[in-house]
Design a binder for this molecule. Structure first.
Ligand SMILES: NC(=O)c1ccc[n+]([C@@H]2O[C@H](COP(=O)([O-])OP(=O)(O)OC[C@H]3O[C@@H](n4cnc5c(N)ncnc54)[C@H](O)[C@@H]3O)[C@@H](O)[C@H]2O)c1
Length: 258
């Protein structure tokens, strides 16, 4: 018997860390529903899933009606939901001076409000199953951040407070809530960061190797590694884990960089 046999799993974000987690759950017997708003990512996710029980929907997680429709249809069709993983997000750059209100609202709504929204609509379906598990993907940047990531870092720090608030309320319903805070993990988002940071004709691969050197382990992480941690937090083995944030950062935040 596979670890997640019979489980209904929702994942936001159809590439990178979200897809890595979704594939892990599907290989371990779960029926997985993924959403994303990028057609190219969604198509690649369907291809990666092959014959696995993994469906991909085109949904914008910042639009409440779309989130409600996606989750309600799954919850009703499957007689409940067991696991929710929120990995959809955007990374943008800006300081207090350069971040306008449209930029701020967009990042907060995609990266943070979506974690509340999906939880809100999934909650009754988790209660219907007698409990469940929620994992939000935060970031090391919710703990300490680089320059000019005002809205992004705020959205990630907000996830840590959201997790605590949700966890203390949801324990009575046997619903556990945690987050993970990755360091650099090779995904389309990290490749975007690498292209943005590249100077002197450096390639994305060069930049990612440089990012890796900033981590004591000497490399960036993989979506298989983050998928395994998310799956552990959603498994019965993690039955005493709720309200926490779990670093998966190759030692990045353990050092002081000198
Ligand atoms: N890769 C890293 O180094 C790293 C480090 C720390 C934290 N994270 C976090 O991990 C999570 C996953 O990021 P990733 O690195 O896998 O990047 P990614 O870009 O591969 O994944 C994010 C996904 O979210 C989707 N998305 C963006 N806006 C959306 C919207 N409005 N509605 C629906 N889907 C939307 C994107 O299309 C993409 O598929 C994010 O929360 C990110 O902040 C990543």
């Amino acid at each position: 018997m596979a670890e997640f046999d019979g489980k209904i799993v929702l994942v936001t974000g159809s590439s990178g860390i979200g897809l890595g987690a979704a594939l892990h759950f599907a290989r371990e017997g779960a029926k997985v529903f993924v959403c994303g708003n990028d057609d190219a990512h969604n198509a690649k996710a369907r291809e990666a899933a092959g014959e696995l029980p993994l469906a991909v929907a085109t949904i914008d997680v910042s639009i409440p009606e779309e989130v409600k429709g996606w989750i309600t249809a799954i919850g009703e069709g499957e007689d409940g939901i067991d696991i929710l993983v929120n990995a959809a997000a955007i990374q943008t750059y800006g300081t207090t001076e350069t971040t306008d209100i449209e930029h701020w609202n967009r990042v907060i709504s995609i990266n943070l409000t979506s974690c509340y929204l999906t939880s809100h609509y999934a909650y009754p379906f988790m209660k219907q199953r007698g409990g469940g598990s929620i994992v939000h993907v935060s970031s090391v940047q919710g703990h300490a951040n680089q320059n000019a990531v005002l809205a992004y870092a705020t959205s990630k720090g907000g996830i840590h407070a959201l997790v605590r608030a949700q966890a203390v309320d949801a324990a009575k319903d046997n619903i556990r809530v945690n987050s993970i805070s990755p360091g650099s993990v090779r995904t389309p988002l990290l490749e975007f960061a690498a292209r943005t940071a590249a100077t002197d004709g450096k390639s994305v691969d060069d930049m990612i190797a440089e990012f890796g050197k900033a981590h004591p382990i000497g490399r960036v992480g993989t979506v298989e590694e983050t998928g395994a941690l998310i799956a552990f937090l959603c498994s019965d083995k993690a039955g005493f884990c709720t309200g926490g944030d779990y670093l998966i950062d190759g030692g990045l935040t353990a050092g002081i960089g000198v």
